[in-house]
Design a protein around this ligand. Sequence first.
Ligand SMILES: C[S@@+](CC[C@H](N)C(=O)[O-])C[C@H]1O[C@@H](n2cnc3c(N)ncnc32)[C@H](O)[C@@H]1O
Length: 399
Amino acid sequence: MDTEIPANGTTSTPETPRLLRATCAPELAPWLRQEVEDLGYEIEHKDHTGVEIRGLMRDAMRLTLRLRTAYHVLQRFADLKAKDSDAMYEGAIRLPWERVIPPDGYVTVTSTVKNDSINNSMFANMRLKDAIVDRINGVHGHRPDAGSAGDRSVVHMYWNEDHCRISLDISGRKLSDRGYRRIPRRAPMRETIAAALLAETGYDGSAPIVVPMCGSGTIAIEAALIATGRAPGLLRSNFGVQHLLTFDHETWSDERAEARKLRTPGQPAPIVVSDIDPEAVEATRKNAVTAGVDHLLDFHVCDFAETPMPQDPGIVILHGEYGQRLGNQDDLPETYARMGDFLKQKCGGWEGHIFTSRELSGNIGLKPARRVPFEHGGIDCRLLKYELYSGTRRTSITG
Ligand SMILES: C[S@@+](CC[C@H](N)C(=O)[O-])C[C@H]1O[C@@H](n2cnc3c(N)ncnc32)[C@H](O)[C@@H]1O
């Protein structure tokens, strides 16, 4: 077995540049790439589930606090050649885990494994966890606890054939778990997808946004965070990096302070939310309070077609129900036809968007200017964009 450890050692000081990988859901990669580039980083590698840059621990913290479409930020710890689990264990126990995982801490191992000798990634996780705790036990005489909680030190392994990449998960739990959605309604949209949809629409808070069918409020809350320049990581107090021995408090405090400076002063253009279900509107209100943006939202309980539209045009986004998850399948085609009518009749001059399953998108009766594929909850979805002209220039109607 051949073990390769980066020549400059495996621990990270604030001065050691490392490969940093930001991961995302498949299909969100273009928006994640854009975000990373907008932060001024040069991308070394990109694929459909993430991007890689080289950076310091400070950069890993910055990405963790600021990215809206990423799941995790990983800092490369070691690369191993391992054909099976014994080889992986032998390689991993030689790594200096005692320099990164506290002996009295708690570690979670996660993985993606594509190796013929492993048919259950839980087994691979257990073998890597054994290597980590056995190594620390050998050094300190006692070992950290381990389990699946994911809320303290987290180690991630990507094992493809005989190449095993081992990383420290700087985020810990998924970054899509912002911490504001304490009251999830049925079929909520993942926060990272909502952020990508908003990036796709070009929303920046300068024009109004209307979100009928708001459910638990994810789209509107993400919009309010974007409009006010709030870094999503500031909403959360617990990240994987804080449970590593290499954690540098001062750098973390600096990065949080820098992220706070991104806040834009003043009031964004109106953000209107509505839902026919009063409990959904109440959930949106409570979630918005948790996110600290409730004062920016204008709440209404009504059918989507009755949502009061601000005078100046902007963006309207409807995320309706789709049969496999919600809603009465028989009523859905008619509901989608009504959404098309609503856009045509009430949203002249606005930019309309409907997010739904590919299957139901044919019922809307308007010709989209753009269709962007998204996978959401295992369903093949589309974001459909409609340019809705006011006056005589009407959106074309499909026949
Ligand atoms: C898929 S959920 C929206 C999820 C939301 N994007 C979130 O992140 O939580 C669809 C919502 O549409 C609402 N709804 C269904 N029919 C409606 C109608 N005719 N008018 C307004 N809202 C409606 C439901 O109450 C539900 O909250």
